[in-house]
Design a binder for this molecule. Structure first.
Ligand SMILES: Nc1ncnc2c1ncn2[C@@H]1O[C@H](COP(=O)(O)OP(=O)(O)OP(=O)(O)O)[C@@H](O)[C@H]1O
Ligand SMILES: [Mg+2]
Length: 499
């Protein structure tokens, strides 16, 4: 038998009380795209960090092309041809693409040579990015291509992509699939972590499913069904259809009248946006990333002041009020950038969960924090939202990617806000957590809350929303009712084709 590109045997890894990997066996072959699935906190990132030299296993062996190796550092992993593109990118924002690619390279090679080599790689894999561009000015998809170029440039023949599609638009995802398939066709082994089961089935040759740190199964993609995969991951199946019972519409809870706003560099981000969300209604916002969705969410949350127009919450003009005032007016906000805007990674899980209300009873009395109340409330949220953490006191940065997301969602969606702004609420969440978020949003609608659901996942928007507004270049290109309009029409509006 041909040696596997990578073989991991009996891998154990424990972080204090958490057994992240428990006797894991994993194999990927050259030329194979191998999916790695599992619920939030199952141990996927940990296993791959072990393979790429960031963590040392407590026990177990790693073989590369049949040879037993010890991968003590990321540098050694690179030398052995293992490259990882992380769940949260690690580029230097102020540097150019070229400078980022040069980082970590040995000195003495001219930039001209480097440029030639990078051009060749770009051509071979269809990765186009401008080498002179500064990273902060790039879209997420472009940044990711830089990360991939970087590991390819370092000579990787085993590539690990940790949830690469979580932040990509459908178009960017297709582009990435093309790149990944070319890498496999050249004989590289690609390990692909994702929560999107359909995507895993379409792209991967085989799939390994982890469950609570152990291997739950290894399947060939062409025979595995989506319910099979979901059952292996979580041990139960999911109802494919969400019950969306009719709810009487209440008063207008959120209204934007002719709102215009700028992006941080001073360019127009929103132009003359009119929207109304009533109580008991989910208004979906569809659109390709970068068409004003971030500005829209931030204006409604009081984090960006519009240049013109009016913002009303529950019939009261709140234009120009700050985020704290808007929150007090009953607006809950799940931001798209949960790690940047939503969390203080160094603080504890409990502190992050009550951050919005730390200065109010029951969490503060006479200027003193009430730790018992804080811990009790945190424990309740941890259990309601199934946040996997050994204790509520530990820092948030120790949680798995998806569990960090859940902390923000639990904080924002508990209580009874009159308006919820949910930006990409299920990004990075596993099937069970996604299902839970859908139920929470539907329950809020049922209670008479107005929900603004901003998402690039068209299926999500179409299945949850009562009406869908499509954004294009900072404007509302059209508002449609999901069951009276085809996906194609929405797709055209998203692409700027007038209805
Ligand atoms: N550096 C660390 N310190 C302490 N605990 C950690 C650390 N890294 C991971 N863990 C814990 O190990 C477990 C597995 O985490 P891991 O990040 O591997 O999950 P994952 O499968 O990648 O999940 P997700 O889908 O949410 O990204 C989690 O319970 C997590 O809290
Ligand atoms: Mg992870």
């Amino acid at each position: 038998m041909e040696d596997a590109a990578v073989l991991m045997r009996g891998i154990h890894k424990q972080f204090m009380a958490v057994l992240a990997n428990h006797g894991v066996d994993f194999e990927a072959r050259a030329g194979e795209i191998h999916g790695l699935l599992g619920e939030n906190g199952a141990g996927k990132t940990t296993l791959m960090r072990i393979l790429s030299g960031f963590y040392q296993p407590d026990a177990g062996n790693i073989y590369l092309r049949g040879r037993l190796v010890r991968i003590a550092t990321p540098r050694q992993a690179k030398a052995l041809g293992v490259g990882m593109v992380h769940q949260h990118f690690r580029l230097v924002e102020r540097f150019t693409v070229l400078e980022n690619l040069l980082l970590g390279q040995r000195a003495g090679r001219g930039t001209a040579t480097l440029r030639r080599e990078i051009d060749a790689l770009e051509g071979r894999f269809g990765l186009s990015v401008d080498p002179k561009a500064r990273v902060w000015a790039l879209s997420v998809g472009e940044r990711q291509r830089v990360e991939i170029l970087k590991v390819l440039y370092q000579g990787a023949d085993l590539l690990i992509l940790d949830e690469p599609t979580a932040v990509l638009t459908p178009q960017e995802t297709e582009h990435l699939f093309t790149i990944v398939k070319r890498m496999a066709a050249e004989g590289k082994a690609v390990i692909f972590i994702t929560h999107k089961l359909e995507e895993a089935r379409r792209l991967c040759d085989r799939i390994t499913v982890l469950r609570r740190g152990r291997v739950a199964g290894v399947l060939a993609s062409d025979t595995a069904t989506i319910p099979d995969l979901a059952r292996l991951m979580v041990g139960r199946t999911f109802a494919p259809h969400l019950a969306r019972s009719p709810v009487p519409l209440g008063q207008v809870e959120l209204e934007l009248q002719g709102i215009s706003a700028l992006d941080p560099s001073g360019r127009p981000a929103l132009e003359d946006v009119h929207l109304q969300v009533r109580g008991g209604e989910i208004l979906g916002v569809a659109g390709v990333a970068g068409n004003g969705q971030v500005a829209l969410a931030e204006v409604v949350a009081g984090m960006r002041i519009p240049t013109s127009g009016r913002l009303c919450i529950g019939g009261v003009d709140r234009t120009g009020q700050d985020a704290a005032a808007i929150h007090r007016a009953g607006v809950a906000f799940v931001p798209e950038d949960r790690l940047g805007t939503g969390l203080c990674p160094g603080l504890g899980v409990a502190e992050n969960l009550i951050m919005r209300d730390f200065n109010r009873a029951p969490f503060a009395r006479n200027g003193l924090l009430q730790f018992r109340a804080i811990v009790e409330s945190a424990r309740q949220k941890v259990s309601d939202f199934d946040i996997r953490t050994p204790d509520v006191g530990g820092p948030v940065f120790r949680l798995s990617g998806g569990n960090m997301q859940k902390v923000v969602i639990a904080r924002e969606l508990s209580g009874s806000p009159r308006v919820i702004i949910a930006s990409q609420p299920t990004r990075g969440l596993d099937v069970a957590a996604t299902d839970a978020v859908y139920r929470i949003l539907l329950a809020a609608r049922h209670r008479g809350c107005g929900v603004l659901l901003i998402s690039e996942d068209l299926d999500e928007v179409l299945s949850l929303s009562d009406r869908v507004a499509v954004m294009y270049r900072g404007r509302i290109a059209g508002i449609v009712t999901p069951n009276s309009v085809s996906r194609e029409v929405v797709g055209q509006l998203m692409a700027g084709v007038p209805a």
